[in-house]
Design a protein around this ligand. Structure first.
Ligand SMILES: *Cc1c(COP(=O)(O)O)cnc(C)c1O
Length: 416
């Protein structure tokens, strides 16, 4: 059974029973993003430290009492979550920090953090007897929905902006999705998907609108805490587009605080790109979010009108964190650093998290004695075109040992 009790509108604060499934606040409509509330007293009775010790399930379903779905349809899904949390081998020396952990979300079944939300959407669609799920996406939500839906026999209609990278498109085509490439940017794709979803009454996987999805995304925070024996780092850094992922990070820690499994919520840093930074501007300008251009290499966070402004801002405010913006150049440098020093290949939006950490460290927002978790939100194979722009061209040699030896000696690539 699910322990959810109510929906609370993040805009007008009205509370609604969860007996009837809601998507947004009936009063505030699309601006009334809902938050799902739980009976923590009841959950406390089942979810204690022993619960985790005896739990064999290495997926997000290990947190089932904290999720808004029933167990029934969770059996045959792809295995989402329980991604590794690596203590850094080299970056912590380079940036002089007590400990840096890297949460590698690229190891989810479709290689991004979005799987945590998509699998919940698919299970919800099954619960509600819907056969078609739809969303608009800059790429990862789409490929993730397509994969998770395919596994469960659901149909998908997916709207992507013109600029979605080919790696992501090929992925979702391989998963058999009905793909609509919209001759517009993400805002255009979003609006068309919304109109189509209303028209056909498909299940809506648009992350911001659907409160169940942030609940899926929060499992990344539940895992970080559990993997650190319920002593999470001082800081958690994550890149931000619509604001759902960062909202999920806050919610996960909030749940654990309510269950008295952790003592405080880590300070959360949201990272945006200089070419598209509506959250950064609103946070530091102390104003409402304003529409901006979507001008960045990091396509997954190129969101000019974020659909989850309240959760995205509150995550940072309530945790005493901050927003940071980084240039595309710094993002690509971070991508190379992460690959070369830790063996993790990140897509640009995921490398943005590390670039944000580096800036926070340079500005001494994160101090030498602090610990930090950097969430690497998606895998680099999603977008090889941009990666190839910053790596060195490989050498082309004739197939003879002498030339090779000259090359190797010149570079000193020997065992000594
Ligand atoms: C979606 C996404 C983000 C940002 O998540 P939002 O919920 O849109 O803020 C960051 N990185 C990657 C790789 C993503 O796919």
């Amino acid at each position: 059974m699910s322990y959810k009790t109510s929906y609370r509108c993040t805009k007008c604060n009205e509370v609604y029973s969860t007996k009837k499934e809601l998507l947004t606040c009936p009063k505030c409509k699309d601006l009334g993003i809902l938050d799902i509330e739980y009976d923590y007293e009841k959950i406390k009775k089942v979810m204690n430290k022993d619960y985790f010790k005896n739990n064999q399930d290495l997926s997000i379903w290990r947190y089932l009492p904290l999720l808004p779905v029933e167990e029934k349809y969770t059996k045959n899904t792809l295995r989402v979550g329980w991604t590794p949390l690596y203590p850094s081998n080299h970056l912590k020396e380079m940036f002089k920090c007590k400990e840096i952990y890297l949460k590698d979300e690229g190891l989810n079944p479709t290689q991004s953090l979005k799987d945590r939300a998509s699998v919940i959407a698919c299970v919800k669609a099954l619960e509600l007897n819907k056969e078609v799920i739809s969303c608009s996406s800059t790429g990862n939500a789409a490929s993730s929905l397509a994969g998770n839906a395919a596994r469960l026999g659901l149909k998908t209609v997916i709207f992507v902006p013109k600029r979605a990278p080919i790696g992501k498109l090929s992925q979702l085509l391989a998963f058999g999705s009905n793909l609509i490439k919209v001759n517009d940017d993400y805002k255009g794709a979003y609006n068309l998907s919304k109109a189509a979803i209303d028209h056909y009454n498909w299940y809506n996987r648009n992350a911001a609108i659907n409160p169940n999805l942030v609940e899926g995304k929060k499992t990344v925070a539940l895992e970080i805490a559990e993997q650190l024996n319920f002593k999470p780092t001082d800081w958690v850094v994550i890149s931000v587009g619509d604001g759902c992922s960062i909202g999920g990070v806050y919610k996960g820690f909030y749940d654990l605080l309510k269950l008295e499994l952790i003592k405080n919520i880590p300070k959360i840093i949201g990272v945006q790109s200089e070419g598209c930074s509506p959250f950064y501007d609103a946070f530091h300008g102390n104003k409402e979010l304003e529409e901006t251009d979507e001008n960045t290499i990091a396509d997954s966070i190129a969101v000019g009108i974020p659909r989850n402004p309240i959760k995205g801002l509150e995550a940072v405010k309530k945790s005493n964190g901050t927003y940071i913006k980084v240039s595309d150049k710094k993002i690509m440098e971070a991508m190379l650093l992460l690959g070369k020093n830790e063996g993790i290949f990140a897509e640009p939006a995921a490398a943005a998290s590390l670039a944000g950490f580096i800036q926070a460290r340079e500005k001494n927002i994160i101090k030498e004695n602090d610990t930090v978790t950097v969430i690497v939100t998606g895998n680099g194979l999603k977008d090889t075109k941009n990666a190839l722009k910053v790596v060195k061209e490989p050498i082309l040699l004739d197939a003879n040992l002498k030339d090779l030896i000259d090359y190797i000696e010149e570079r000193g690539i020997t065992n000594e």
